[in-house]
Design a protein. Sequence first.
Length: 538
Amino acid sequence: MLDKLKYIYLRFILIGCFFIIIYTFFAWLFFLKWDILNVNDEVIKFWLPICLPFIPLYFWLYPRVKLLRLNSKKGDSSFVYIVIAALAIGIPTIIAQYYIEAATGKLTKLNRISEINNFEKTKYYTVQHFWYNKGAAGIHLKSEVTGRNGQNLDFYVYFAVPIFDSITDTSKSNCVGWFGYPFLKSVNNNLSSSEEDIQFRQFELECIDTMNKKDLRKFAYLSTSNHSDDNTGCIKAAKESRYYPKNSTTPIILIPVNEQFQDRIGNKLTWIFMAFGIGGFTWLLMVMFAKLKSNYLETLALIKTGKKNKSLSEVIGFLIPQKGRFATILIVDINILVFILMVFSGLGFMSFESNDLLNWGANYRPYTENNQWWRLITNIFVHGGFVHILMNMVGLIFVSILLEPTIGTKRYLIVYLLCGTVASLTSLYFHTSIVSIGASGAIFGLYGVFFAFLLTKVYEATIQKALFGTMAIFIGYNLIFGFISHGIDNAAHIGGLLSGFLLGFLLTPETKRRKGGLEIEAESVTVESQKTDDQRIE
């Protein structure tokens, strides 16, 4: 019991405490105080606190979790312990971000709204005298497919109401600040396009009616959030107003808050300790109910000397292109790099907007046909969000384990780019006004090549039996799901699949010759080695 507390649980507590404190401090320093990185709030407040704990836990706790006897008929559950530990650390870290933002945010009291530019920028404001023009409000509409399988469709309606010092200022061509009002509604994504349009229009009218009835003078204070989706949506709404200053800096969006300023912190600080306490107690029970391995002291000694720890180079080594998987990892690295750059450009994390995707090279018929043919290639390295790139990269790695070593790196890279281009052209032909992005068309091309190889018996019978059914189910499921779901470019999938299937048949003879030559060479090496061994025996 004491050994488990000393060698395992204490390490978890130390990692948790240090992570929450260090992450919260640097997030506050870089993103709140200095504001030097234009990263979406969702990434800083949620995704990084959830994902980053896996790094210290993997290096400093996971080897010690392996001291426990966690193997059973259902498999090794040691990674489940790490997932629970990551949640136990990540959830209080998320709460800490909202606490530190509220606790350190300064309140600036303005007599008139025009004074906002005379003070250092702060998180919160109050204003005594102002006038607004609700009739000149700008409106921005946005829809977004969400959910693990795209089962939800979110409707967003953003309003930006121009604010002035007095009614006489409404005759001016621009204003100083804007009241921002975001609205959200989720519907089932299985509705037809016409039904979705009706629902969206009805929701828009409901929001307009709400705004018409709302007294915009009733608020306790105003809040700013420069890197949130709501702020971005309200800025786009402001651009639709006739008062939007065309040649000025980004407009100041002020979100009205009705609760009292002193209540903004609430019980957030208490919930940080409670969340970590609940998570820590849960993990303690999990550790206590598990038994230590009989040789745990010897294993612990090896861990302390570093012999049982995986080095960082071994972990990230997978992302370094090497012989046999050079092209695959290179493609994965490029996709991940583009995604990271988009995230740190402040575009989002779970999803990006169409205009931002266009700026990063998405395929869009009016643009592509206007001498921007490079979009046929660039769009296959751009993804619509975290889930999109995750699923595509998993699918890419799965098919490439056998395919790249079979056809060679150069042929693999040519096939990938060619299938991706054909997929983009197919999407361009069938869709006149769809923004198309993602590597799935090129990946479907690789699956087409692999499927052709299975049909022509390029691989051994044992491999064919194991993979033929799996490949057929994977391709069929994705195509069927693409037909019944909105927001999926099935034209690109089919174009990539068919082009890859055709290339697979064209590559089959040469691939069989290369494969046969390698087998003959391998046999000759074996014979020579046996001969050498015989000579040694004699």
